[in-house]
Design a protein around this ligand. Structure first.
Ligand code: 5PA
Length: 338
């Protein structure tokens, strides 16, 4: 598909503008020298909403849908450290909507939870193990609000539905446009993956525009089968709304480009190996990764480079999906590891 064609398709969906503009692609000079690959970072941590991050892109389309449907409230879910929840609250406030955040975990006023409270989002915390289990609570709250005459929209965990994926299709288009104008041909585009929307958008977008580029999603500790099912379903559903072949990415291809082994015991664990890497990268390149997503994703990338799964000389783009608040959510654990 031509770049202009994909851009036109994306422009035809309801949307609002939340990003400042295209996020920069920056060469990681010291790390490139050290690793023997040409390493670039797509700074999606600098989207401009709250603390920035990948959810801003998804929310451009999700909030577009909320406004089109005449909703006055959005409800979403995640862990207490959820970057998505904070981004959703910030987008809602900016657009004059209410936000209800349905969270799980330890109630501590710091990090993203503190930011949620500063922006005056309604926060409800439940004692469940996984964010999937919060779905029923979101539905109950939606009913409760509807009875009070409100019009709520439920946004799934991570904003990972086909509407949200459109945001990362646009990111794929942006990457292709920027790499053309920089005279760069990437071999790999690498993202952390959890609820699957980011990986789906990049994978599908690059498959449509530049199928030579390998799009790798590095799991951050969610169960592999769940992730593969989620991304598989999202690819199909998004292909459908875009009117492209829903079999465009085969299950085998999806399995090959979904990388496992860097979850460090499961989603949300904060481990020394990753904190050491965050320190190292900050010291080399002057930017911060987060302990839950980008730190694990980048660890996986560095390991694949070291093992030459990604061969020397490759041109690699890592998408920095944000998550800065995670540093402050886990400040005590991290401080203990310095
Ligand atoms: C998250 C997710 P996907 O959910 O689209 O796979 O993106 C993974 C990801 N980087 C990558 C950062 C900084 C993220 O926050 N965050 C979730 C959240 O609730 O914040 C959905 C889990």
């Amino acid at each position: 598909m031509l770049l202009t064609e994909l851009k036109q398709k994306l422009d035809s969906f309801p949307q609002v503008k939340l990003l400042w503009g295209a996020t920069p692609i920056v060469r990681a000079k010291n790390l490139s020298k050290e690793t023997g690959v040409e390493l670039y970072i797509k700074r999606d941590d600098l989207t401009g909403l709250a603390l920035g991050g990948n959810k801003t892109r998804k929310l451009e389309f999700i909030m577009g849908e909320a406004l089109e449907k005449g909703c006055d409230t959005v409800i979403t879910a995640g862990a207490v450290h959820s970057n998505h929840a904070l981004q959703t609250a910030a987008a809602a406030k900016k657009l004059g909507l209410d936000a209800v955040l349905v969270l799980r975990g330890k109630e501590e006023n710091k990090g993203n939870l503190l930011m949620d409270r500063i922006i005056n989002a309604e926060v409800r915390i439940y004692d469940v193990e996984t964010s999937r289990e919060l779905k029923d609570y979101m539905e109950e709250i939606a009913e409760e609000l509807a009875e009070r005459g409100k019009k709520p929209l439920i946004i799934p965990v991570g904003g990972s539905n086909p509407t949200g994926v459109l945001g990362y299709l646009r990111a794929a288009a942006e990457i292709v446009g920027q790499s053309n104008s920089m005279g760069l041909e990437f071999d790999y585009v690498v993202t952390p993956t959890s609820s699957g929307g980011t990986q789906t958008g990049i994978l599908l977008g690059l498959k449509l525009l530049e199928p030579k580029i390998k799009a790798l999603g590095i799991g951050v500790g969610d169960p592999r089968e769940e992730l593969l099912d989620d991304v598989g379903r999202l690819i199909k559903e998004t292909a459908e709304i875009l009117n492209v072949d829903e079999g465009i990415v085969s299950r085998d291809e999806l399995e090959a480009c979904t990388i496992d082994g860097y979850g460090f015991g499961g989603y949300g664990t904060v481990v020394r190996e990753v904190i050491d890497l965050i320190k190292y990268i900050a010291g080399q390149e002057g930017f911060y990764l987060d302990p839950v997503y980008t730190g694990k994703g980048f660890y996986g990338l560095m390991d694949m480079i070291r093992k030459q799964v990604i061969p020397p000389g490759s041109k690699v783009l890592f998408v920095h999906t944000g998550g800065l608040g995670g540093i402050f959510q886990y400040e005590d654990i991290i401080a203990g590891m310095l």
